[in-house]
Design a protein around this ligand. Structure first.
Ligand code: TUI
Length: 314
């Protein structure tokens, strides 16, 4: 069995966070991951507080275990969902796509554990000073909105820069990745792409099939030019987007092209027009499983790798 400091801090059994994937990470997936002993996370994405309240209630009807809410800081509803997590006494808030410090005082005063996702050392330092419980250091192998630095390079630099626990994310989908994250100094992992094919994940079947068929070179990053870099599968939509970018489309034109594209992939399963956000590790995801099987496989796989970790040491 593997126990790390993040397990005691959050009251979870296994140091596995499920990524707060917009349009995908709902009460069904998050409750299954929490029930399996990890930290299930509902994505507040671009939804309003009323929608999020319904999801939190649904999760609580399915599990008594700790869970998180991911607040995407670019959401037009960020202010109201930031208040809702206080009203609902959500145990853990994970933030993404921005600097969460303007909300942190109110969350900490409400006894919420705040775990920002960071893609660079500077923000990790700033949120530690503002009272963060831990940080997720997310490398550019991840799906969705990404920074530049890879997990391998980012995690140890964040570990060296802060005293709070570090959770590694980006390019982790099996026990080897979990073990490697521990070797870099992380005390937990956040996994997104592998949970896309979980039985309890309500993403469209088209999305699941595209993940299962992916290989090592199936993803690209678009949107780098205007600071909104997004990693997704190579599809008709992402190729059109990349071409428009190369040909000098303006930020407004690109924003208009991207609007609603994640919903089209996640909800409608529209292969032509959807943005199928996924990490580089998609090529390793070959089997639909329950969330519990995924969590167990990640941890038992890590245990096996770690037990053999000294084999080259003489
Ligand atoms: O947030 C993510 N991944 C996401 S969010 C998302 S929804 C979306 N769709 C289109 C455009 C933008 C968002 C899909 N995937 N991961 C966590 C993450 N956070 N990655 C990178 C960052 C980040 C970036 C800049 C965190 C902080 C930050 O700070 C900049 C600042 O404001 O100081």
């Amino acid at each position: 069995m593997i126990k790390t400091p993040i397990c005691d801090l959050l009251g979870i059994e296994k140091p596995v966070f499920q990524g707060g994937m917009a349009w995908i990470a709902d009460a069904s997936l998050a409750s299954a991951v929490s029930e399996a002993g990890g930290l299930g996370i509902i994505s507040a994405m671009n939804a309003n507080a009323e929608w999020l309240r319904g999801q939190i209630q649904e999760l609580r009807s399915k599990t008594d275990k700790p869970f998180g809410v991911n607040i995407m800081l670019q959401s037009p509803f960020a202010d109201e969902v930031a208040q809702l997590v206080v009203d609902e006494k959500v145990p853990v808030v994970v933030t993404g796509a921005g600097d969460p410090r303007k909300y942190m005082k109110q969350w900490i005063a409400a006894d919420i554990k705040v775990i920002p996702v960071v893609a660079q050392v500077a923000l990790a330092r700033m949120v530690e000073r503002a009272g963060a419980t831990a940080v997720v250091a997310e490398g550019g192998e991840s799906g969705g909105h990404v920074g530049e630095t890879t997990t391998m390079a980012l995690v140890p630099q964040v570990v060296d820069a802060v005293k709070i626990p570090v959770i590694a994310a980006g390019g982790i989908a099996d026990g080897r990745g979990v073990a490697a994250a521990f070797m870099l100094g992380a005390v937990g992992v956040q996994v997104g792409t592998r949970f896309l094919v979980a039985t309890e994940c309500n993403v469209s079947d088209e999305y699941k099939q595209r993940i299962l068929k992916a290989n090592d070179i199936s993803t690209i990053v678009t949107g780098r030019k205007y600071g909104g870099a997004v990693r997704c599968l190579k599809t008709p939509f992402s190729r059109r987007f990349a071409k428009a970018e190369r040909e000098g489309a303006s930020q407004d034109e690109l924003n208009a092209m991207g609007a609603g594209s994640l919903r089209k992939a996640a909800v409608d399963g529209n292969y032509e027009e959807g943005s199928f956000m996924a990490g580089q590790i998609a090529g390793m995801v070959k089997e639909p499983q329950t969330a519990a099987q995924i969590v167990d496989d990640l941890m038992s796989g890590a245990e096996e790798v770690l037990k053999g970790a000294t084999k080259w040491v003489k």
